[in-house]
Design a protein around this ligand. Structure first.
Ligand SMILES: NC(=O)c1ccc[n+]([C@@H]2O[C@H](COP(=O)([O-])OP(=O)(O)OC[C@H]3O[C@@H](n4cnc5c(N)ncnc54)[C@H](OP(=O)(O)O)[C@@H]3O)[C@@H](O)[C@H]2O)c1
Length: 209
């Protein structure tokens, strides 16, 4: 009989940004069943502001190598097109768009071989609502970035995005903007993150509509 190994199998380590939010809590609950999850946000256990590249650098220096980077954070400004300005679009460009792009650019050097990056977009990339031009623009840009980055990332590193419909859990505040949309339980969106992290595909946008 071969001796039983005393080496413990390594539990994959995941960095989850936005872990305290509506989506982040659901993603945390899904992934912690099989992974060590490092919960990060501006006020989280691990502190990071994705709109500041230096803050992303500091976080990775603190935590070191991981097997997956998952983002469930990203802010944009909602407002009527007639009121939108350069400065108001810049909010979404700095936070949800370049925040996640920088997470991928800086984070790739801290990913183990075969690791993955999963970013968040949303249904507004293809189904616009009033006051949502910044969200539509930023979500579309992230999805295009994911498709392009996937063909150039080294060492078997994969990258995908999750594009969910509005969450049932967010309808208290969002219902007036999303009339006629069929909300989804946030746990369904969390499953798409599991597909991205634990599956084999790259360059995908997982739609949860
Ligand atoms: N809610 C929906 O129905 C819905 C549907 C489709 C897509 N989405 C997208 O899903 C993402 C999350 O939405 P949500 O409703 O879960 O938001 P949420 O409840 O407001 O949670 C946002 C999370 O991100 C963190 N965060 C915010 N700004 C950050 C920053 N600059 N750097 C690091 N962490 C930051 C927050 O924690 P701290 O305050 O501690 O930083 C919190 O953990 C957004 O990009 C949203 O557009 C949402």
């Amino acid at each position: 009989m071969p001796k039983k190994s005393t080496i413990k199998p390594q539990v994959p380590k995941i960095l989850l940004i936005g872990a305290s939010g509506t989506l982040g809590r659901a993603v945390h609950a899904e992934l912690k069943q099989r992974h060590e999850v490092l919960a990060a946000s501006r006020r989280g256990k691990f502190k990071v502001d994705i709109s500041d590249a230096a803050s992303i650098q500091r976080l990775f220096k603190q935590i070191g190598k991981v097997d997956a980077i998952v983002c469930a954070a990203g802010k944009v400004h909602f407002g009527a097109l007639s009121d939108m300005t350069d400065a108001l679009y810049t909010i979404g460009l700095r936070d949800k768009l370049m925040g996640q792009v920088n997470l991928a650019l800086i984070g790739r050097d801290y990913l183990n071989d075969g690791g993955s990056i999963t970013l968040i977009t949303g249904i507004l990339a293809e189904q616009p609502i009033r006051q949502g031009s910044s969200a539509s623009m930023v979500n579309g840009a992230i999805e295009a970035f994911v498709r392009a980055a996937a063909i150039e990332l080294p060492r078997g590193i994969r990258i995908n995005a999750v594009s969910p419909n509005v969450f049932t859990e967010s309808m208290a505040g969002y219902a007036p903007y999303f009339r006629g949309f069929e909300p989804i339980p946030v746990a369904r969106a969390a499953l798409a993150f599991s597909r991205s992290v634990e599956g084999a595909q790259t360059g995908q946008v997982y739609k949860v509509f």
